[in-house]
Ligand binder design. Sequence first.
Ligand code: ZN
Length: 77
Amino acid sequence: MFPTFLIETIALAITILIISIGLSLILKLIRNLKYDEKKENITEIKLKNRSECPHCGTKFDSKPKYCYNCNCHLKEE
Ligand SMILES: [Zn+2]
């Protein structure tokens, strides 16, 4: 069988490996949470920039100068 010190070394290595994997997973989770917050902020900004064509009712995620549906000129406000 393996000598005891070798088994202890392997056990220590596995423990360190598990801890490092766990830490990286936790860090990833934290980063994902921060990313989600940023995403929500971007969605809020997008919602603020939404506009609607007064002629045909087409909704836009931005404020275009012209409506792509009916080609009418949209007011910039
Ligand atoms: Zn339109």
